[in-house]
Every structure is written in structure tokens, then in C-alpha cells.
Design a protein around this ligand. Structure first.
Ligand SMILES: [Zn+2]
Length: 238
């Protein structure tokens, strides 16, 4: 069987001399299949499939019943935002010097910064989360016996984390809304990928050893993913 692996997803490639165009299907079990003409080149398949990833992730979320339940924030006083599983209230304030500030109890958003609030929050999560994630990665690295060369936080759309070239690991800022035990699972999962790039028994063995209840956490992740802000509006034109 020919496969193609992209961003933690494995696609089966089915070639046929009768096909003239590329197609993509997801069957009931969540199996991803690329239908391709006999002569399609691998890099062409990868490029095309990459352009369909947002659609694939949406469909997969849909199928697992984890379609976000929470709408994007409106940035009005009283709304709450989660950081590492704890909820904090937003206060929109007039005359604030900083666009967005967290005082340990509340998020204070300047009224004049409301129109760009998504960007301010994203930046806050990235900057605050980067420091926390690096410490957490160090801790779990020792448990797994593997080290990333660099750890960073960015917007990864619907993905939680990604393992780049040269052992660089990225995490989605959206992960930082979830409780620590769930973030730990995602971190351990990505670190395990530094040793085993594919999903399979070798990867599960590493997780069994370092985070014995990782299967429970993985289930919790699916459920809790429905309750966080995704703010994927800007993803549409990628
Ligand atoms: Zn993975």
C-alpha cells in the first residue's frame, strides 16, 4: 500500500489509470484516501494534499463529534478565557495604556484595542505560553529521554503540535487553553515523534512508558477541544 504522511495524518494513495484528476475521500472509519492518476508524482500529491488539509481537519473534527461548541469570542466584559484549564474574566476598560494585560485575575482589554482583540490574545497566549511550554517540554524530555532542539508556539490551525525538521517542535497557542494534564499529553506525543515519526505500536510503547494514562488524556483532549476558542477565521485563505 502506498501512503503519504503529512502533519500527523496518514493518507493512503490509490492510483488508477482511469483517473484524470486528484481526489480525496474520508471513509466512515476516518481513513484518508487520495485518488490519483497513475502517473502523479509524489511531490505533486503532497502539494495538492497540503492545500486540502484545512478541509480534512474540519471533516475529521466533524466525524469525531468534536466540532467546536464554542463560538469565537466577542470580546465583551464578562466573557471568560481559559489559560491552562483555568477561566479568567475579561474586562474591557477605557483609557488603558496597554492593549491587553493579564493581572493574575482578569484580562484587561483596552476598549480601543477591541477590533484587534483576536491578535492581542493570540500574542498573549504565544508569549506567555512559550515560557511555560519550554519548561514543561524540558520536564517531559527527561522522562522520555529525548530532547527538542527548539520549542516554539504559533498558530497551527486545527493541529495541536507539529514536529519539524532538525528536532524543532511547535505547539498551537490554542493548546494553552487546556488543563496541564492534557497539554502534557500533547507535549509527550510530539516529543515521542522525535523518536518515532509514524503512528503505531512503537510510538504507543514510548507513551505507555512515559505517560501510562495517555489514552485517557487523549480522549479528554477530544472532548475538551470543543470548549475552547479556535479563532480560525484567518485560516480560510491559507
Ligand atoms: Zn502524532
Amino acid at each position: 500500500m502506498e501512503t503519504l504522511e503529512l502533519n500527523d495524518l496518514v493518507f493512503e494513495v490509490r492510483r488508477s489509470p482511469r483517473r484524470a484528476t486528484l481526489g480525496l475521500t474520508i471513509d466512515r472509519g476516518g481513513e484518508l484516501v487520495i485518488h490519483a492518476p497513475e502517473s502523479s508524482k509524489r511531490d505533486e500529491l503532497a502539494r495538492w494534499t497540503r492545500s486540502k488539509l484545512l478541509w480534512v481537519h474540519r471533516k475529521l473534527l466533524d466525524k469525531s463529534g468534536t466540532l467546536p461548541r464554542v463560538r469565537d469570542p466577542e470580546f465583551v466584559s464578562g466573557e471568560s478565557f481559559s489559560y491552562l484549564g483555568r477561566r479568567y474574566r475579561l474586562k474591557v476598560v477605557r483609557g488603558a495604556v496597554e492593549s491587553l494585560r493579564f493581572d493574575g485575575k482578569n484580562f484587561l482589554l483596552s476598549a480601543t484595542a477591541r477590533s484587534k482583540a483576536t491578535d492581542h490574545f493570540r500574542r498573549w497566549y504565544v508569549q506567555t505560553g512559550r515560557v511555560w511550554l519550554r519548561e514543561r517540554v524540558n520536564l517531559l524530555s527527561r522522562k522520555l529521554g529525548v530532547a527538542a532542539t527548539r520549542v516554539d508556539v504559533r498558530d497551527l490551525g486545527y493541529r495541536w503540535g507539529s514536529c519539524g525538521k532538525n528536532s524543532v517542535v511547535y505547539f498551537n497557542w490554542k493548546l494553552l487553553q487546556l488543563p496541564v494534564r492534557i497539554a502534557d499529553y500533547v507535549i509527550a506525543h510530539e516529543l515521542a515523534h522525535l523518536l518515532v515519526p509514524h503512528h503505531g505500536p512503537d510510538l504507543w510503547r514510548i507513551l505507555d512508558r512515559s505517560l501510562p494514562d495517555w489514552r485517557d488524556r487523549s480522549e479528554e483532549l477530544k472532548v475538551k477541544a470543543r470548549d475552547i476558542y479556535w479563532c480560525n477565521d484567518r485560516m480560510n485563505n491559507r
